[in-house]
Write a protein that binds this ligand. Structure first.
Ligand SMILES: Cc1ncc(COP(=O)(O)O)c(C=O)c1O
Length: 417
């Protein structure tokens, strides 16, 4: 993994690139270019991270060759049997992976580690407990929700009857609005969790509202799962009926998804993943997930997540001091949003200008967004990747000033147009 200066203390990636070059110069060249881009740039994408070489190696291992449709989860859900022979070792691996993740989150929930991604996990979870046309109350994209939380362009918005609860004028989730809409709309499911929300989510409050109307509570903790694992954000376990996550964001594992659920939903969730949503599980990725869980159980992981949060608070604070409009005025987690609704340049303009300056971040909608999702009025900034590279508060404060210079230049250019 790269250190704070971009040095790589292992030659793992170079070794892989040279192996690939024996077959395809083109692919090797492109991977190598991306390797140097990542090494040389300041990576501030809130949903990205650098996983360990052990995780990368598992993902490129012989497990990639194995088919294993079905489940080994006889012990935990009664779902038994694979549709292929030769699964003795992948069975043991998958059960080990599940056990480790229960240990990470200190829970007796059932876990399914097969979803290929966060979107697949959500697709499978909805399919497990909802019928086409059922009602979901969720957080919309402009306020920080994910595409799969009911965006009209996504399967979720096309398959289910969606209504959205709002954030208040400062950008905090409005629990009164949630309660009011829950009682009016009577959804079968209340969904929370976000892709761009910088504050603590009150899972106990959500559970209370869900109980009042007899709704299923689903939490998509894809972004904050690492913080939850380290005790840096309150846990949804014990409150939510279903919890989905990705494994590649704050958790710092391979690209993939997982679903946790109360034991009584185990069979439905398993069936929702396979055969409803997917075919064969990616056992090589499941091996990566197991390693990620082992890493998450180490004391260094807790220290890392704590630093992610300290760094993010300092980073957001520097922007506040410079007079920027930080949505909600700060952050409790690994991410925050800068709102440029009152400027002539767009989030996309700033993303492009930052890219040219070697800073990678992404355009993002902000509450009360007036521009299209391809333009946006904001940018999203996260501290997980650079904290993995050893950055501390002062490093992020410095980069806030570099971004400020880019913003001032953009302002000037727009005014002179
Ligand atoms: C809250 C949330 N859920 C789900 C997903 C989807 O994950 P994936 O990209 O693995 O499908 C994301 C991805 O950004 C997310 O932020």
């Amino acid at each position: 993994m790269f250190d704070r200066y971009g040095n790589d203390d292992s030659n793992y990636n170079q070794m892989i690139i040279e192996e690939i070059r024996k077959t395809s110069g083109k692919v090797a060249d492109l991977i190598e270019k991306e390797y140097f881009r990542q090494k040389e740039n300041v990576e501030l994408i809130a949903s990205e991270n650098y996983c360990s070489e052990a995780v990368l190696a598992a993902c490129g291992s012989c497990l990639s060759w194995k088919y294993a449709e079905g489940y080994p989860y006889e012990r935990t859900s009664g779902n038994k049997g694979r549709y292929y022979g030769g699964t003795k070792y992948v069975d043991e691996l998958e059960e080990y992976c599940c056990d480790k993740w229960r240990e990470v989150f200190n829970t007796d929930y059932h876990v399914n580690v097969q979803p290929h991604s966060g979107s697949q996990a959500n697709f499978a979870a909805f399919g497990a407990v909802l019928e086409i046309g059922d009602k979901i109350l969720a957080l919309n994209l402009d306020n920080g929700g994910h595409l799969t939380h009911g965006a009209p362009i996504n399967f979720s918005g096309r398959t289910y009857n969606i209504r959205f609860y709002d954030v208040d004028e400062k950008g905090f989730i409005d629990m009164d609005d949630l309660r009011k809409k829950a009682h009016e709309f009577k959804p079968k499911m209340i969904l929370t969790g976000a892709s761009a929300y910088s504050r603590i989510i009150d899972f106990a409050g959500f559970a209370e509202v869900a109980k009042e109307i007899g709704a299923i509570l689903m939490v998509d903790m894809a972004h904050i799962a690492g913080l939850v694992a380290a005790g840096e954000h309150p846990s949804p376990f014990g409150y939510a009926d279903i919890i989905t996550t990705t494994t590649h964001k704050t958790l710092r594992g391979p690209r993939g998804g997982m679903i946790f659920c109360k034991q009584e939903l185990a069979r439905k969730i398993d069936t929702g993943v396979f055969p409803f949503a997917q075919g064969g599980p990616l056992e090589h990725i499941i091996a990566g997930k197991a390693i990620c869980a082992e890493e998450a159980l180490r004391p260094e992981f807790k220290e890392y997540q704590h630093q992610v949060r300290l760094n993010c608070a300092a980073f957001a604070d520097e922007f506040v001091k410079m007079g920027y409009n930080v949505v909600t005025g700060g952050t409790d987690n690994h991410v925050f949003l800068l709102d440029f609704s009152d400027r002539e340049f767009t989030g996309k303009n700033l993303q492009t200008a930052c890219d040219e300056a070697g800073i990678t971040l992404n355009k993002n909608c902000v509450p009360n967004e007036k521009r299209s999702p391809m333009q946006t009025s904001g940018v999203r900034i996260g501290t997980s990747p650079m904290t993995s590279r050893g950055w501390l508060e002062e490093d992020f404060r410095k980069v806030a000033h570099r971004i400020d210079e880019i913003v001032k230049k953009l302002d000037k250019e727009k005014k002179s147009e």
